[in-house]
Ligand binder design. Structure first.
Ligand SMILES: [Zn+2]
Length: 402
């Protein structure tokens, strides 16, 4: 990247970095079990809630216990269970109608990122009945308090229970956009491992590696704070100690609980400190080839860490120590290499491939352009790269034609 572009990116990122202390970031309060929800609602004087989830979560019986205890506690419950991957404007509108018709006073988003995002978006429309979602898309356009929002993640990875964003799709225009504002940060995150018990190993692996990528990208970037560095290091420690256990034995509730905590911490860290080129590359591939987000991040992560080079050795050494791989007095380059190798080894143990299937090599220049557009100048990456420099990651991860 040329010097003028670099200066522009760094100035842009510096503006956001200095604003961090004055922006109303907050971490959601944690509940340790779904069982704690009725008491919380009683305390807040809430007698009617809307539960937003998807059909597969509900048919697996994951929401059953919550539905039962809310009924026992005389809290009116309305369920919207038609969320699909990438919630649409129509789904959000329908859920909003249910919220209003049933005089709901709070929202529970129960599921993966999509259900939580849909619930957040319902909250946005309740707060801003004067606008539609398209008008509220982008940064800082909501500006009003949303109803009490409780997020119950059923995967340990997306971090949507902590973030300012809800991603929405308009199926008519195929336009995918995010509504991003501070009122969207959920008030409570319920980190209950029971709701993640039935996750298949491949999803446990992919979402867990997504959380690792959030923690690593937040940590190695230039917009960290003391708090986000601490959160990232704790997340990395938890993931290296628990992800493989949760993958091999889905009934290991201690490992599942620790993974939920790790995903939450990583989510809090990247909400403030952003992600980097791993996510830009993974989002681009996800948009073009519909590959799973977490697994793609896992595949791309070691390539990008190697691509950043010696600039991030100090950060990688700290991550390596957090992961239990290195000692304080170890050589930085050695510790950095150990950390990158450990990510590759973890991928192999989780049966995550080191290539992404189906990338059309003739599309790589376009893919690199899209990734550069997403990342620059917003992501405070440790080493800036333009589309020409990003191309190599796409070549590196694509299967060589046989
Ligand atoms: Zn991610």
């Amino acid at each position: 990247m040329n010097i003028a572009q670099q200066l522009f990116c760094r100035a842009f990122q510096f503006g956001f970095k200095v604003a961090i202390p004055v922006l109303p970031y907050r971490n959601p309060d944690i509940l340790n079990a779904v069982d704690e929800i009725p008491e919380l609602l009683h305390k807040k004087g809430i007698t009617s809630v809307l539960l937003v989830t998807d059909q597969s979560i509900r048919s697996l019986g994951l929401t059953k216990h919550l539905e039962e205890i809310l009924e026992q506690e005389d809290i009116d419950l309305t369920v919207y269970d038609k969320v699909e991957a990438n919630p649409t404007v129509a789904q959000v509108e329908e859920a909003r109608r249910l919220y209003i018709e049933n005089d709901a006073q709070a929202l529970i988003g129960f599921g993966g990122g999509s259900s939580m995002d849909c619930a957040k978006a319902v909250g946005v429309l309740i707060a801003r009945p004067d606008k539609n979602l398209e008008q509220l898309g982008g940064i800082l356009k909501v500006w009003k308090k949303t109803p009490l929002m409780i997020a119950v993640p059923t995967t340990a990875g997306t971090g949507s229970e902590t973030t300012v964003a809800a991603v929405i799709v308009d199926p008519e225009t195929k336009h995918k956009y995010a509504v991003m504002d501070f009122p969207l940060i959920p008030d409570y995150a319920v980190l209950d491992p029971e709701v993640t018990r039935s996750l298949p190993p491949s999803i446990t692996a992919g979402t867990g590696m997504d959380a690792l990528t959030h923690a690593v990208e937040a940590y190695i970037g230039n917009s960290t704070t003391k708090q986000t560095r601490r959160e990232s290091l704790r997340a990395v420690r938890l993931i290296f100690h628990n992800l493989e256990r949760a993958y091999r034995n889905g009934d290991d509730m201690k490992a599942r609980r620790n993974m939920l905590r790790a995903a939450y911490l990583a989510g809090c860290a990247f909400t403030v400190s952003y992600v980097g080129y791993v996510h830009a590359v993974a989002h681009t591939l996800g948009g073009r080839y519909n590959v799973p987000h977490g697994q793609t991040c896992a595949t791309v992560l070691p390539y990008v860490l190697e691509g950043y080079g010696a600039k991030i050795y100090p950060q990688l050494k700290a991550l390596s120590i957090a992961a239990g791989l290195s000692e304080m007095d170890e050589d930085e380059a050695l510790a950095a290499r150990k950390f990158i190798q450990a990510v590759k080894d973890l991928n192999a143990k989780l049966k995550i491939p080191d290539k992404v299937n189906g990338i059309k090599r003739e599309e790589i220049p376009l893919l690199a352009k899209l990734a550069a557009k997403e990342a620059n100048p917003v992501y405070p990456v440790p080493v800036l790269m333009d589309e020409r420099e990003l191309k190599r990651f796409f070549y590196d991860i694509s299967e060589v034609d046989s």
